[in-house]
Design a protein around this ligand. Structure first.
Ligand SMILES: *[C@@H]1O[C@H](CO)[C@@H](O)[C@H](O)[C@H]1NC(C)=O
Ligand SMILES: *[C@@H]1O[C@H](CO)[C@@H](O)[C@H](O)[C@H]1NC(C)=O
Ligand SMILES: *[C@@H]1O[C@H](CO)[C@@H](O)[C@H](O)[C@H]1NC(C)=O
Length: 379
């Protein structure tokens, strides 16, 4: 009796397992047949361009943006910070993470919390810098490869975000530029999500160049500085050093997390890029980045890149949120002639760890700073 009951039980267990396996197989088959877009066999890749303010991220974002396979959004997380600006950076991490995840899944409803009612495409921050938002199906007037920001602003401000969502669905790569993420841990669920196939491009810049660039766009960062410093009271002359310290620490945090003993889901998904290397050798660096995320260089993109890195230097002109044609090497080295040594010295103290980790040599005195043929980059 007892042994017959045991047999019955094991038969039942076997049948349940068999049924479970069959369901998994059928569901898998269903997903393959029905979920995959018909004309789009390659799995989607999602790229986070992580950087800090004034680190050449607008330029790098434009490099992605000009690639015809990319759906690019310029800093969507700005909406999170500006809407919830009474909070600090730490509190806003998860809201930002969830927004990033939704946008990667082309779910624009997440923007409801951050945009005015009945939004237009222009409610999205810096929308006209996204080629994808200026092309069909969002904007019927221009073609995918004839992106012109001025014409986009005039013609492409469509009501509602439905078309933006449709456009996002059509591309193989979704790229978001984010300058407000200062650690990797909050992104772990995204890295573990097999549907996202997430790649992180971490763009850093010599803090001395970054400081000069910040000083030139004075006032542009008051809100962001307050959030980053968790609304702590800081003497005005100290603010920029505290902010730089946070940014330098975050570079170290992110890089060490990804490179020293990374969790398995981070392996092969992180690439460090230095702005100065891009400025010196744009083609080589950008080809390396494209390879890392599975994108190809096009002749039009090469042409755009050449113009963008070989234009005229812009001198001291203020340009808080612009990517423009200029001599990229000149921009990268400008701090050496324009920043007083006293500031350089203080900053080097504040950012010592990050500079040594990322390969930026410190200068010992003003003479060294101004000797331009002394190379301050280590490979
Ligand atoms: C973009 O369009 C504007 C207005 O039509 C035009 O003045 C400008 O030259 C165009 N820019 C480029 C790069 O084609
Ligand atoms: C860019 O500026 C650097 C430094 O002034 C100069 O050596 C280089 O020739 C310039 N490149 C171009 C293409 O103008
Ligand atoms: C600057 O520092 C270097 C290296 O420490 C030293 O050799 C040089 O004499 C210093 N120059 C001045 C003007 O102090």
């Amino acid at each position: 009796m007892c042994s017959r009951f045991e047999m019955l039980r094991s038969t039942l267990i076997f049948l349940v397992i068999l049924q479970g396996a069959a369901m998994v197989l059928i569901y898998g088959w269903y997903l393959q047949v029905y979920r995959k877009p018909v004309n789009d066999p390659a799995p989607k890749v999602h790229v986070l361009l992580l950087s800090s303010f004034r680190s050449g991220s607008s330029f790098m974002g434009q490099v992605f943006n000009h690639n015809p396979s990319v759906f690019y959004l310029y800093e969507p997380s700005r909406h999170v910070w500006s809407t919830l600006q009474k909070y600090g950076a730490r509190t806003l991490r998860m809201a930002m993470r969830d927004q990033i995840r939704s946008l990667f899944h082309c779910d624009f409803s997440v923007m409801d919390s951050y945009l005015p009612q009945n939004p237009r495409v222009s409610s999205l921050f810096a929308w006209s810098q996204s080629r994808a938002l200026c092309s069909p199906p969002v904007c019927p007037i221009t073609l995918r490869d004839q992106f012109n920001e001025t014409q986009c602003k005039m013609n492409c401000n469509i009501e509602g975000l439905q078309k933006a969502q449709e456009a996002c669905d059509m591309y193989n790569h979704v790229v978001l530029k984010i300058v407000r993420v200062y650690e990797l841990e909050s992104l772990y669920p995204l890295l573990e999500d097999p549907n996202l196939d997430l790649r992180i491009v971490h763009l850093v810049r010599d803090p001395r160049g970054l400081l000069l660039s910040r000083e030139r766009s004075a006032g542009a960062f008051v809100m962001d500085d307050n959030i980053l410093l968790e609304h702590r009271r800081v003497p005005p002359e100290e603010i920029q050093y505290r902010v730089m310290q946070e940014m330098c620490r975050s570079h170290v945090r992110i890089n060490q997390r990804a490179v020293l003993n990374p969790p398995p889901f981070l392996k092969g998904r992180y690439k460090l890029v230095r702005f100065e290397d891009v400025a010196c050798n744009a083609f080589k660096e950008i080809n390396g980045i494209f390879e890392f995320v599975g994108l190809e260089m096009t002749p039009q993109l090469e042409e755009w890149l050449y113009t963008a890195t070989h234009g005229k230097g812009r001198g001291n002109k203020k340009e808080a949120f612009q990517t423009s044609s200029r001599n990229a090497t000149l921009v990268a080295e400008a701090w050496r002639t324009l920043l007083p040594y006293s500031k350089v010295k203080r900053l080097q103290e504040v950012c010592k760890g990050a500079m040594s980790l990322l390969g930026y040599k410190t200068v010992n005195n003003e003479t060294e700073q101004k000797t331009l043929d002394m190379d301050l980059l280590t490979p």
